[in-house]
Structure formats: C-alpha cells, structure tokens
Design a protein around this ligand. Structure first.
Ligand code: PLP
Length: 466
C-alpha cells in the first residue's frame, strides 16, 4: 500500500514512513493511494469474530508490506487486551433501534485509546527495526495527551513530551497524564493557553535542529494516518453485531478534528453498508456551517462543556476535500491556502456530493445538558457531554427509524463530571475500578514559561540519549 499527500506535491510513501512522518512535506496529509474493498459475502463471513480478529482483517491490507502477519496479530491482541470490557466496543441500547457504542473502555476512558494504544506499539516496532529513536512532541487540551502517554509508556525507542496549558485542564485529565511515571514520559505545563502549546509544537516540527540530528520528531495527533486506520474497525464491529452487512446502519459521530467520522466514511467506501453519517458538533461548528451553507469560515474559539471538540478548524477535513475534488491535490492546496485568509466555498456540485454523504447538527451547552438529563431520566444511563452531543444530533437528523442509529460514545462520563452537575443531576459518575485511586497517585510534571527556546532546551536535555 502506498500513501499520497492531499496536496499533491510530496512523494508517495510506504506505511513505515507515513507512520513516522506526520504531516507531508508539502503541508498535506497522507491518505492511501487506493482502499481495500470487501464484498458483502466477505463481511458477512466475519460475523461473530472477536474484535482483534476483525481488526486484523480490516487493517492488515494497510500495513502488510511493513509488518509480518504474526507480529501484527500479536500487537492487536496486546492493544485490545488492555481494555476493561471483553467486547472491547460494547453496544448499549437507548431505544428501539437506537444505540450507543461505548468506545471508552480503554485505559484512559476515551475513544482515542483505540488508535493510540496501537500507535505506540507500531512506532516501537518500526523504530526497533530501524534502530532509531523518536521524540514525540504533542500539545493537548485533555484526551489526546493521556491516551498518547499511556500508549507510549512502555516504548523503548520513544520519548514522549506532552505540553498542556498550566492550570487549564481538568483535574482528572491532568492526573491521567501526570501520574504516569515512566522514564520516557515527560509532562510539561506551559504558562500559557492551548494555542501557545500547539504553536510551539508546530514550530518545533518546522525546525528540529534543537535535537541535534540524533532523533526524529514524531506526531501523535490525528493527522497521523495510523490513527484513522484503527478507527475504521469499530464501524464494522457495530454493524456486524446488529445484523450487518445485510442491513444498513446509521452513525452519529461527535466531531472535532473530523478524524473519527472520516474513519466511518472510509468504512463505507470499503464496502460496509452505511446509509447515514451524522456530523455532530458543539458551538464550534465550522463543519455544520459548511454543510448547511457551503461556506468554510473560521470563527473565534468558544469554550464549551465538551472541550475535546473545541476546535476552530478541522484538520482531517482536508482528507475529505481531497476526495470531493477528484483527488486533485493542487486544487486542495489552493482552496486551503485561500481558507487561511478568509471564507471559502467549493463548487456547488461538489458541495451537493458532500451533503449526500453527511448530515450535520450543532448542539449548544444547554441542549447538551438537556440530553444528559433526558437520557438519564429515560434510561438511568449517564452520557458524557461529547456523547450527549452525538445522541442529540442523531435524534435531530435521523431519516429512517427502521435503520439502527448508533452514536459513538467517545468518553466515559467520569472524565467530565462538571457537565453532569451542570445538567442538574445529583448522581456522581464513578471512575472505573482501574482508576479509582487516581486522586491518591503521585504526580510528576514540570512547569515552564511560554517560551519556545526554553521548552526545546528542556526536551534536548531530557530525552533518553541526550
Ligand atoms: C477527540 C475527541 C472527539 C473528537 O474526535 P475527532 O476525531 O477529533 O473528530 C470527540 N469526543 C471526545 C471525547 C474526544 O476525546
């Protein structure tokens, strides 16, 4: 499998290089040159398979030149054995034909574990083979940081530095990162905001000379193709559990960077019957505004009760734009260069094509809380605020009640207790058993000024072979 850039000017790469590279040198994102396609008969034959076996069938075509079959199976077994539910991605029923797929049974209680626990293993495998060392530098406003740290804590060939804004992440989120005490784990609290952290990471990727050429910088955000790949699997898993592929399914996906829902779009292209994909956003609704009116325009960032979806632009949307433009990288490049200067639109027939693929809804904090309350009253089931946005959007956009509607449950409610309180409920979401002592564990992190040179100096001095 070869991977090409969405901006058409970078050389095609194999899986190993795509894994280690992150952003393409022309500023684009990597996508597979072509997708595997599975027949209904083949998909049907996967009914009843354990999660890891299904994951192997779906993902192996993407990695086969880089990783022998037995090694990849072993990696998948280890990754998903660390989840706290035997079904890995269990379904919970809310109503007739209405479901939540719980993607928060992994070690850090958010769906990002599905990809990041695997990514750590993939990185270590490839780096071992090449006898190289990587330094991961990432910025987080919460979930990505903890999942990436958990995914890399046992890596021999990786040091991970995660920047979070000092005193601006929730206590649960901070402790999930800072209580991981591995020698290769480095938490940095920056005296600034999330954008300051992100800017520092971006600039460091642009000029890696502070590492003295002894290690390469690797990315763990969802521009990394391996993350998207791992998220395709659970769409198949849910469908097969509910009568697919002989019935079509609808999915509602709480969306920030468009990574998770893009994986659903790929599942459909790979042969899974999906009749509806709902983009669910919070007040940061650039995607919903684009889907409603063909205008792609950045607004000011709003802080909401669903912080993991607080974004101004959706980086993975570029991957969809590439397909909508007939995979013409130069057209995408021009469009996105214009988009960084002001609002843009795409040709009407392309936009109509996007509208055929996706429905969308934006859900504000008030409606998020109302949904948390409503579902608790109807089902005694607690939703986290991100999942609540998905459920609300599913109920708003649903087209056919005979088709199962599955909302992706992206986080455990105990990660976001403030939203539950805000909803007027008096129940307290409990942390699962494996995390019950989170508030007693020792924390370790370094507070640094909002100064790039100082942070780079810290990294240069603290990675393993420094
Ligand atoms: C990251 C995240 C999202 C958004 O996912 P994208 O792939 O960025 O669209 C939604 N909910 C939760 C809880 C998350 O952590």
């Amino acid at each position: 499998m070869r991977y090409i850039s969405t901006r058409g000017e970078a050389p095609a790469l194999g899986f190993e290089d795509v894994l280690l590279t992150g952003l393409a040198p022309d500023g684009g994102l990597y996508v597979p040159e072509s997708l595997p396609h599975f027949s209904l008969e083949e998909i049907r034959s996967w009914r009843g398979l354990p999660y890891t076996q299904l994951a192997f069938n779906i993902m192996y075509p993407f990695v086969e030149e880089a990783i022998p079959e037995a090694d990849f199976r072993h990696m998948l077994d280890e990754t998903y054995a660390a989840f706290a539910h035997k079904a890995v991605a269990p379904l919970v029923q809310l109503d007739t034909n209405e479901w939540v797929m719980e993607l928060f049974r992994g070690p850090t209680l958010a769906f990002k574990d599905f990809a990041l626990q695997l990514l750590g293993r993939l990185l270590d495998y490839v780096l071992e083979k090449r006898q190289e060392h990587a330094v991961i530098m990432g910025a987080t406003s919460g979930d990505t940081g903890s999942a990436a740290i958990e995914g890399c804590r046992h890596c021999e060939h990786v040091d991970i530095f995660i920047l979070h804004p000092y005193q601006r992440v929730s206590e649960v989120q901070r402790r999930q990162m800072t209580t991981v005490l591995g020698d290769n784990v480095h938490n940095i609290a920056i005296k600034g905001n999330f954008d300051d952290c992100q800017r520092m990471v971006k600039e460091s990727f642009g000029d890696q000379s502070f590492l003295g050429g002894k290690a390469r910088l690797a990315a763990v955000n969802s521009i990394n193709w391996a993350r998207i790949m791992a998220q395709i699997v659970y769409y198949f898993h849910a469908s097969l559990a509910l009568g697919g592929p002989d019935r079509s399914m609808a999915f509602s996906v709480p969306t920030g960077n468009f990574g998770d829902i893009f994986a659903g779009y790929l599942a459909k292209k790979m042969g899974l019957p999906i009749s509806q994909l709902v983009i669910a956003t919070n007040r940061n609704d650039i995607l919903h505004r684009f889907m409603s009116g063909n205008k792609y325009e950045q607004h000011q960032l709003e802080h909401t009760l669903s912080p993991s979806m607080d974004i101004m632009v959706s980086s993975n949307f570029e991957r969809l734009l590439f397909d909508l433009h007939g995979r013409d990288g130069l057209a995408v490049k021009e469009l996105l260069e214009n988009a960084s200067k002001g609002p843009v639109s795409i040709e009407d027939y392309r936009w109509k094509q996007a509208r055929k693929l996706f429905d969308s809804a934006a859900v504000d904090d008030k409606a998020t809380c109302a949904t948390i309350r409503e579902v608790y009253e109807q089902n005694e089931y607690l939703l986290d605020p991100h999942t609540a946005i998905g459920v609300r959007a599913a109920r708003t956009c649903r087209r056919d009640v005979e088709i199962p509607m599955i909302t992706l449950g992206t986080a455990h409610p105990a990660k976001f207790p403030d939203a539950i309180t805000e909803s007027g409920l008096t129940v307290k979401p409990e942390l699962p058993a494996h995390m019950a002592d989170l508030f007693e564990r020792e924390e370790r992190y370094t507070v640094l000024d909002n100064d790039r040179a100082g942070v780079q100096d810290f990294i240069a001095k603290h990675w393993k072979n420094a």
